[in-house]
Design a protein around this ligand. Structure first.
Ligand SMILES: Nc1ncnc2c1ncn2[C@@H]1O[C@H](COP(=O)(O)OP(=O)(O)OP(=O)(O)O)[C@@H](O)[C@H]1O
Ligand SMILES: [Mg+2]
Length: 378
């Protein structure tokens, strides 16, 4: 899929922008604080309904404006889609696809798929498990409606179960609450196991593609292993990798039986995919603990490239790649490899403060736009 046009009004430091995107490669150049990241953020927002850096929608609205508007025209193998996101102070955002109001914001997924790479993505290997789960969830939510549905449902079950456990911890433990808990247990295990099986399959695919890219970047000197670590598997790397949905369900039930007394005492769910993790290992050692800066970056890079190919496999279309300030972090060989591997395959938006990071043949193929104080010169 490709973005053909992006229109912004009152978004971050963009008062008005009407950007016609030509072709596969778009280079967004500009000094610091001109609006490069904001432009990628607007595209990401059109794809997912939220920002990759703001915690509140209000932060996205220009300071002197009451509302912000993003319109994004996407061309796909099977026709076009126009996505519109309207943000307004003190009101929920409105999302429309081809003029139709989207009621649940997860229904926006799938119309425009994106993979991002920002300096913050180093957190994927360095940061907390929550960030890695989010990476997996966003990726899977973009390609699978069933996953979106199961995940939403799972979080609903989790909230209900937690509030029941809390009331039991506060002394309301009787036949009625125990029966209700048994019902939530069953739903938790069934729905949670479906989420976990999807994650298992996705990580296995990512691992195979990621290993390939990583081998190319490091010229075969290092081996990247990405593995899914279900919540009930504490060892790094996991000693067992779940091989079937039934295996996951059995392990889930066993963990639940073991931990339920603790759950009732603490008033909180202690089992389930909200405690999963993904391990990134180089030569069988955790990158988070032993990896150098360069190794951590390379591992994330390989993971992101794997994500692109994974999405293509799942949806038959390449996603759009958004690369924020990624060149300055890579040495020349890695930069070269990276540009080669995206050029011509995936529509790519790359921001940079200088054109000097890019080799001449690359510049000739690209649409080069300069951003200055929220305006764009193409
Ligand atoms: N809600 C907002 N309204 C108006 N301006 C904003 C808003 N939020 C951020 N800005 C400003 O927009 C400008 C552009 O920010 P952005 O992060 O897009 O810059 P950038 O070009 O990516 O810079 P850098 O190279 O430093 O990463 C900054 O000056 C920022 O303070
Ligand atoms: Mg920036």
């Amino acid at each position: 899929m490709q973005i053909r046009r992006l229109v912004l009004r009152g978004f971050r430091n963009y008062r008005e922008l009407d950007f016609s995107v030509a072709g596969q490669l778009c280079l967004l150049l500009g000094e610091n604080a001109q609006g490069k990241t904001s432009l990628l953020e607007a595209i990401y927002c059109a794809a997912t309904g939220r920002s990759f850096r703001a915690s509140l929608d209000e932060e996205l609205i220009a300071w002197n404006s009451r509302e912000a508007d993003i319109r994004c025209l996407v061309e796909k193998d099977l026709g076009e889609a126009e996505i519109e996101i309207q943000l307004s102070r003190g009101r929920n955002k409105r999302i429309r696809v081809n003029g139709q109001l989207v009621r649940r914001h997860s229904d926006l997924f799938g119309h425009l798929n994106v993979v991002t790479f920002t300096p913050d993505d180093l957190q994927l290997v360095k940061g907390s498990p929550a960030g890695r789960r989010r990476f997996l969830d966003i990726e899977l939510a973009q390609v699978s409606g069933t996953y979106r549905h199961d995940l939403l449902n799972y979080h609903h079950i989790l909230r209900q179960r937690n509030s029941l456990l809390k009331s039991m911890a506060e002394g309301r433990e009787n036949r009625e609450t125990r029966e209700a808990l048994a019902m939530w247990d069953e739903q938790l295990v069934r729905c949670g196991s479906r989420v976990m099986w999807k994650r298992t399959e996705a990580v296995a695919k990512l691992a195979a593609i990621g290993r390939h890219f990583h081998g190319e970047i490091t010229n075969g000197a290092e081996e990247l292993t990405i593995c899914y670590r279900p919540f009930y598997e504490k060892a790094v790397p996991p000693t067992t990798s779940p091989a079937s949905p039934a295996e996951i369900e059995t392990a889930f039930r066993a963990a639940l039986a073991r931990l339920q007394p603790v759950e009732i005492r603490r008033g909180q769910t202690m089992v389930g995919p909200q405690r999963d993790d993904i391990d990134f290992l180089i030569d069988r050692r955790p990158v988070r603990i032993y990896g150098s800066q360069g190794q951590q970056r390379t591992a994330v890079l390989a993971g992101k490239l794997a994500e692109v190919d994974f999405m293509r496999e799942e949806t038959n279309e390449y996603p759009v790649l958004l690369l924020d300030d990624v060149m300055s972090e890579l040495d020349q060989q890695r930069r070269q490899f990276f540009l080669q591997s995206v050029t011509g395959r995936v529509q790519t938006f790359i921001t940079a403060t200088s054109q000097a990071y890019f080799p001449e043949p690359f510049l000739q193929k690209a649409q080069v736009a300069t951003i200055k104080a929220g305006s764009l010169e193409v």
